[in-house]
Design a protein around this ligand. Structure first.
Ligand SMILES: *Cc1c(COP(=O)(O)O)cnc(C)c1O
Length: 427
């Protein structure tokens, strides 16, 4: 069933660390080898052995419209006729920047980069320059890309691999990163009581989606705004996943809490490599060449990525799309809850908009500590069976499933059946 993928992987591990270019793709957490994808269309992935999967990853977040949306593909092929990179300004950068600033009021100016990692890394450099302070507060289980400052108690692949902090991050660098608990304001207050004069910024995923999906309490986000305002630290919302995922704009448009800086990525590149960070004119004007905070990029504002992002955002301006995504996701998660209950399993399913995670734990999941009660061995067993039945969830418990605009009711039916079968096998 996986002959060709198996051969390719055996070869790949000789040439690339772990045979992959991003750790979670290696399927280690679910005790499998990765498959090689040949083609992706709509809600489906096809591997080199011609197996078909209903995809709930969407490239880990970007593909809210599904794979190979014809408008996005046409845009990319059209724009490529005029070249792929100029090393000079292009009209697409301006258009995407305008769309972002119009959609997210806290962003008056924006800088395009090539990945979410670059966006968060640059945002904290800017926060440090603006405040003249060095320390940042991040939350256990939140993931902000792989820059040194963030590889401490981080989510996503680090959480999956059980890595508390990466080797290679100098201790005198790591000491500038303070860790608090998501949804626990008192843990933040404590840090500010001790070190308020040194804290440049609090960075948070306003909806935590890299330890599985953990929803914020509104008072938590409001509290972060209050504490940072009182102490002169900046509040950074890392909306690399949530930007344009839950509505047109960021989660900040929903929760009404306005950060000083926002980082974006994933959806705004329409499936091409992208990132962005933005905020008020006053703060963003510190960035070179207007100011002295240096940050640059050979391929930043790349015309193909910008144009793919523009087409994606324009399609997302359709007011029906987010409603449809939410209804489909509700139908799926609600039916999954019933399937689990029929088997006497009261697993937690956290869901918001088009995002959801099934936590293999029987307690409610509102914090990092709750997340860590999940039975990852059970998840792995479940995952392997689900996969055999043609449903592609993220290959780790601590990731979020994404429903796309290309999913249909038939996909929901098939997924529910596959989950039913998988549970029968593992119980
Ligand atoms: C994916 C992600 C990043 C990193 O983005 P890359 O493009 O993978 O570098 C940063 N923050 C959050 C919240 C993310 O989900």
């Amino acid at each position: 069933m996986f002959d060709k993928s198996g051969q390719l992987f055996a070869e790949a591990i000789n040439y690339m660390p772990g045979g992959v270019n991003s750790p979670v793709r290696a399927f280690k957490a679910v005790g499998m080898d990765p498959i090689f994808i040949k083609k992706a269309q709509g809600a489906k992935l096809y591997d080199v052995d011609d197996n078909e999967y209903i995809d709930f990853i969407g490239s880990f977040g970007p593909l809210i419209l599904g794979h190979s949306h014809p408008d996005v593909i046409n845009t990319i092929t059209d724009v490529a006729q005029d070249g792929t990179s100029y090393g000079a300004p292009n009209i697409y950068e301006l258009e995407l920047a305008k769309l972002i600033c119009e959609a997210i009021p806290s962003i008056e100016k924006v800088r395009m980069v090539n990945s979410g990692t670059e966006a968060t890394m640059s945002a904290i450099r800017l926060a440090r320059a603006y405040t003249g302070r060095n320390k940042i507060v991040k939350f256990a289980g939140c993931y902000h890309g792989h820059a040194d400052s963030f590889l401490i108690k981080a989510g996503s692949g680090l959480l999956t691999a059980g890595i508390p902090a990466s080797p290679g991050v100098p201790a005198n660098h790591a000491e500038h990163t303070l860790i608090a608990e998501f949804n626990d304001l008192s843990s933040v207050e404590k840090l500010f009581k001790e070190q308020r004069a040194e804290i440049a910024a609090v960075i948070v995923e306003p909806v935590a989606a890299n330890m599985g999906l953990v929803l914020p309490e509104l008072e938590f986000l409001q509290g972060l705004r209050k504490i940072t305002e009182l102490t002169g630290a900046l509040l950074i919302f890392d909306e690399v996943i949530t930007g344009f995922r839950l509505k047109y704009g960021g989660f900040q448009n929903i929760c009404g809490v306005s950060p000083d800086l926002t980082t974006l990525g994933k959806i705004i590149g329409g499936g091409l490599p992208v990132g962005a960070y933005g905020g008020s004119r006053e703060i963003m004007n510190l960035i070179a060449p207007e100011g002295e905070v240096y940050q640059a990029g050979t391929l930043s504002g790349n015309p193909l990525a910008m144009a793919a992002g523009i087409t994606t955002l324009k399609l997302l301006q359709d007011p029906d799309i987010y409603d449809r995504l939410e209804v489909l996701t509700y139908l799926l998660t609600n039916r999954l809850k019933n399937v689990f209950e029929e088997k006497d399993l009261y697993y937690e399913i956290n869901t918001l908009g088009s995002m959801f995670t099934i936590f293999f734990t029987e307690q409610t999941v509102t914090s990092y500590n709750d997340v860590m009660t999940s039975d990852t061995a059970k998840y792995a067993a479940f995952y392997q069976e689900l996969f055999k039945n043609g449903v592609y969830f993220p290959p780790a418990q601590f990731e979020t499933c994404f429903v796309s605009g290309a999913h249909e009711l038939a996909d929901i039916d098939k997924t529910v059946n596959a989950v039913q079968k998988a549970l029968e096998k593992i119980l």
